[in-house]
Design a protein around this ligand. Structure first.
Ligand code: SF4
Length: 395
């Protein structure tokens, strides 16, 4: 089982962000922590100390929690679940909120063994434009401090396709990052989310983004550069030194069950899925009355197949063709024969050792390819019964 803790607080709101987070007011952090601890205990009682292989604090900005609070949450998790001795325990952090020796040492002592820091860019002007509350220099200082104190597994998040960014600037960023030597890099293409300040600026023409051709080069040349530096490109946006692939995210992509705690957290267990209330007061109320998870919905066969195809094709290993057969009783290659041929002719997919995967050029246009597969699947799977396992009540 994978555990995810959603921390819905940020120091300020970045101009491009559509995640569920807010600047905490009054006693919001305390209300959150009380409800979170109660929710963890509730699920521990319901499920009975099931084994846990990864814990991931995501957000929001989890590093806004005092490190003692992180320790208390982890203690509660260890009481409620059988956390494996070598479990991966990740925490997302923004450089400005973990910048002291006391905080970083406290997190290490609490058991956090993987730090994931949101750098986003090494260019001061870009960081300002994104509304990030830290400078590139501060970010590097915090990385070096974390290293000195003993963090041996650090991920850094970056974004490409940023306003005014060109290939040259992106490759310069990557060279500077590689010099630091993180074990893992997440490089996301910028998505302009609706109703964000960034979207309004782009729509009004105040900000211009690199065109598709330039963005394509950033993805392809960036990935080639990172591979040349010893980073394995193992998922569309993720690169790791050998042995440092994120176990939590890999489990999620491979369809492992996961429990999400906190407002807006999503869980998938025994073929059912639910999302906790987004609003903090509503979330705390649902935990108090013991009704979290009561809105769970059975995943239809169609949803499960779509998810299998979408998540696996985003990994460079690809979709195990047998996994599709196990779920549907059908042959994925035969079902999508002409589409796969066309993609293969254009060097967008490859079939190897029972896995269908997207090439790097294929990954670049993965959304369009997935849409084509989904529309084929809709026709083929129409009318097939729900594949939810039988005899399961509310988890
Ligand atoms: S720190 Fe992350 S979650 Fe918070 S506002 Fe910025 S992008 Fe969104």
């Amino acid at each position: 089982m994978l555990l995810y803790i959603h921390v819905p607080f940020c120091r300020s709101k970045c101009g491009y962000c559509a995640f569920h987070s807010e600047v905490p007011r009054g006693d919001a952090v305390q209300v959150y922590l009380d409800a979170l601890l109660r929710e963890i205990a509730l699920w521990g009682d319901r499920l009975g100390r099931v084994p846990v292989s990864t814990v991931f604090f995501g957000g929001g900005t989890p590093s806004m929690l005092p490190h003692r609070a992180v320790a208390t949450v982890l203690d509660r998790i260890r009481k409620a679940f059988a956390v494996e001795r070598a479990a991966e325990i990740s925490l997302e952090a923004n450089p400005e909120s973990v910048g002291t020796m006391d905080t970083l040492s406290g997190l290490l002592e609490a058991g956090v063994n993987r730090l994931s820091m949101g750098f986003q860019s090494m260019d001061p002007a870009t960081l300002k434009l994104l509304g990030r509350p830290h400078s590139a220099r501060d970010a590097v200082r915090v990385f070096e401090l974390a290293r000195t104190l003993g963090f041996g597994n650090i991920n850094l998040d970056f974004i490409w396709g940023l306003p005014n960014q060109r290939l040259k600037l992106w490759l310069e960023d990557l060279r500077a990052i590689v010099k630091l030597g993180p074990e893992h890099l997440s490089c996301y293409g910028l998505t302009v989310e609706e109703e964000t300040p960034l979207e309004r600026d782009v729509r009004a023409g105040r900000i211009s983004l690199p065109d598709d051709g330039e963005q394509g080069k950033m993805f392809i040349y960036g990935a080639e550069y990172l591979e040349s530096q010893g980073y394995l490109h193992y998922e569309i946006s993720n690169f790791a030194r050998m042995g440092f692939q994120c176990r939590h995210n890999t489990g999620y992509w491979e369809g492992a069950e996961y429990l999400g705690f906190g407002p807006a957290a999503v869980s998938t267990l025994m073929g059912r899925r639910w999302t906790n209330p987004c609003d903090l007061a509503a979330y705390a109320g649902a935990v108090r009355t013991g009704t979290v998870g009561h809105e769970a919905e059975v995943l239809s066969l169609h949803e499960r197949v779509q998810e299998l195809v979408m998540l696996r094709l985003r990994t460079t290993r690809g979709l195990r063709v047998k996994a599709y057969r196990e779920l549907t009783g059908r042959d994925f290659i035969k079902d999508n024969k002409s589409l796969i041929h066309a993609l293969h002719r254009n060097r967008l997919v490859r079939l190897r050792n029972g896995y269908l995967s997207l090439t790097r050029n294929g990954l670049l246009v993965s959304n369009a390819i997935l849409e084509r597969f989904f529309s084929e699947m809709e026709t083929r799977l129409a009318g097939q019964a729900s594949g939810a396992p039988a005899g399961q009540g509310t988890p």
